[in-house]
Design a protein around this ligand. Structure first.
Ligand SMILES: *[C@@H]1O[C@H](CO)[C@@H](O)[C@H](O)[C@H]1NC(C)=O
Length: 394
């Protein structure tokens, strides 16, 4: 039935035929013998048969109209499908698609949408891969001597915002802190002295622990850092962990120059991110470092160039792998004067630190708690950023 009433032309033709058959239109006025003959023999029919056919045609028209209405409604079907497909599309997890795949998915959908609805196509834009706190591995280097003082301050403040993502790398078993961190203290078995080998030993364990995790970002901090956790996560959201990223802040004005003692004595120049300010590595970059840095090889490299952990990191990434450091001003180590970070910009910073040289305190300038109770200003800083905490002044 559908085949015969596919379009309006056929409908119009049917009316013409009807008119020419039964009477009213100009077509029945045609008097030319040949045309009348060519048109139809029904013209010569009796009045009774004519009425019968008229009744039949009215019935036919009614059926046709119904079918036309049905066809119009059924055309809305595939249109609805496209909308639901495109809304499904926006839920596709782009993190697991290569850039080419993302391109092709969107092209297909756009082509479909183009023929139906332009408004819907506007919603099918690519969303960048989202980064959540769970994508980040936060490692904090510490030593048994600082558990009581420095770790206490961290546990009271920013650790509360990333309890599941933060791990402490130390050099002893500490049942009390093991309990307070819900098992997040890792005894590296490294020496507790602050020498080069001990530092590289801890960094080596930090790196291996990250590699064995399923996280996308490795962020290292020291135990005298305050980490603005939501800011760190938002910051990493601007980068793709499947690309090579070495994000941090140098503490010197020019690249470090060392004399390499390889086969030929030569000058080697590279930047490195200060460990005391914190730095982050994307998983893609960390995986490229595995042959040189995993399973204790990091210690060997550190021994070879005879430099501390963070410098060794820069040597491996910038010199050996030729991946540049991306300088991020929002990381801050105790080597910078903390008081120069303006109050309006505190929310925007990723890390802070403190230090004390004799009587001079290098601490963040922020109002809040009494200096006697909060000499390092981390409690006050935490209250400035997250005022709802119980120890914050109201
Ligand atoms: C440290 O030594 C203990 C005891 O030998 C061992 O169980 C643990 O796995 C070691 N830790 C690391 C990080 O290798």
């Amino acid at each position: 039935m559908f085949v015969y009433i596919r379009d309006h032309f056929e409908f119009v033709r049917a009316i013409h035929d009807f008119k020419s058959l039964f009477g009213d239109g100009p077509y029945c006025e045609v008097q030319d013998g040949e045309q009348v003959k060519g048109l139809n023999p029904y013209l010569k029919m009796s009045g009774k048969l004519r009425r019968l056919l008229q009744t039949f045609f009215v019935a036919f028209l009614a059926v046709y109209t119904t079918l036309l209405a049905y066809q119009t409604l059924s055309r809305a079907g595939p249109f609805n499908n496209v909308i639901s497909e495109s809304s499904k599309l926006s839920n596709v997890d782009y993190r697991y698609l290569s850039e080419d795949q993302v391109g092709s998915v969107v092209t297909v959908s756009e082509r479909k949408l183009f023929t139906t609805n332009m408004v819907t196509s506007a919603t099918a834009t690519i969303r960048p891969p989202t980064t959540t706190l769970d994508d980040v591995f936060i490692s904090v280097k510490t030593t048994k001597y600082y558990h009581k003082s420095r770790l206490n301050l961290i546990l009271k403040t920013w650790f509360q915002l990333a309890k599941k993502q933060t791990w402490f790398f130390t050099d002893t078993d500490d049942p009390e802190f093991q309990k307070r961190t819900d098992g997040h203290m890792i005894n590296t078995n490294c020496s507790s002295s602050h020498n080069r080998k001990a530092l590289c030993c801890k960094m080596s364990v930090e790196f291996d622990t990250f590699i064995n995790s399923d996280k996308k970002w490795f962020c290292h901090f020291d135990d005298d850092n305050y980490v603005n956790v939501p800011r760190l996560v938002r910051f990493l959201g601007d980068y793709n962990s499947r690309e090579d990223w070495y994000l941090g802040k140098p503490s010197i004005q020019a690249p470090l120059e060392i004399i390499s003692r390889d086969k030929t004595t030569q000058k080697v120049k590279f930047w490195f991110a200060t460990g005391g300010a914190g730095f982050c590595l994307s998983r893609a970059l960390a995986l490229k470092m595995v042959p040189i840095a995993s399973g204790g090889k990091f210690i060997g490299t550190g021994e070879k160039i005879r430099l501390p952990d963070d410098v060794t990191m820069g040597y491996i990434i910038e010199h050996l792998l030729k991946k540049p450091l991306t300088v991020v001003d929002q990381f801050h180590s105790h080597l910078e004067p903390m008081k120069f970070i303006r109050k309006e910009l505190l929310h925007d910073q990723i890390s802070f630190s403190y230090s004390r040289n004799k009587d001079e305190w290098n601490v963040v300038k922020v109002e809040g708690l009494d200096v006697k109770h909060d000499p390092y200003r981390f409690l006050s800083l935490h209250c400035h950023l997250f005022p709802h905490y119980s120890f914050c002044p109201r």
